[in-house]
Design a binder for this molecule. Sequence first.
Ligand code: UDP
Ligand code: MG
Length: 315
Amino acid sequence: MKLSLIVPCFNEAENVQLFQEETIKAFQGCGYSFEIIFVDDGSSDATLHNLRKLYEQQRCPVKVVSFSRNFGKEAGLYAGLQYAQGDYISLIDADLQQRPEIVREMVDFLENNAEYDVVAAYQDRRREGKILSLFKKTFYQVINKMSDVTLQPEASDFRTFRKSVRDSILKLGEYHRFSKGIFAWVGYKTHYIPYTACQRAFGTTKWSFRKLLNYAIEGIIGYSTAPLRLSTWLGGLTGIAAVLYLIAVVLQKLIWGIDVPGYATIIVLILFFGSVQLFCIGIIGEYVGRIFEQSKQRPIYIAKEVLLPQEGKKP
Ligand code: UDP
Ligand code: MG
């Protein structure tokens, strides 16, 4: 098998067949074999039903992995990688925002440039609101300052890479997965190409602002211990401020004999220090939580159904 396309699907019932058709069209006459690995991420619509149909038809080699619930796109990609048998592996969305023709270009590039292991696409023009793009920009500035690896702000997880990269990614068995960080962490020489995201074929985006925010926190906590240091610094600074204030209060009392009329001040200080403490405990908790999750060694996903091409069946 030359190429494996990994397609995470969450409520993409209308898109999956179209995706397969477009992919077959895009690879017509390419001269090599490819398989599509659909990962149904616990969809509540007819996605699995439609995937079964595609599997039955086998118009091109199709594998289907169906999760017992929604585990998230990252888990879907991980499952896809486990089942991928191609020399090249491609990660692509089901909604046709990312065109299969570009995957063909990516494969051609890797074929002709042995020194590169990864081709990653980045969006040249983003169709998103100003607030969201500001949020994203700030996120990357913050995380790249704090983290050991450098994340490429524009690069998406729409990419194609060699088998060796897949093997490396699979070695990272962390439960909390953040693929951008994982790609940056495993390294390999990466070539970036621009692409324009098309409109979603059907359905709506699965990313709410809350999901994006959680994803951002995942990236920061998963790839840096700087927040822990931040809490140490915060503790130190507020400690110094408290001592200074204490000196001021004592001097006021001793020199000027002013009784501190401090009710409001005390309340404000209690609230302030209380919230700083909670904030720091929260940061520590984020890490402890991850240690806890990881120490349980839970699987990254649970597959309730896996459909693999059988021997003897037409390709
Ligand atoms: N997806 C998934 N699990 C999720 C959310 C999304 O497998 O919990 C899939 C989704 O079906 C799609 C891809 O991830 O194939 C990208 O999602 P979406 O198109 O909603 O994101 P956007 O393109 O808006 O960033
Ligand atoms: Mg999309």
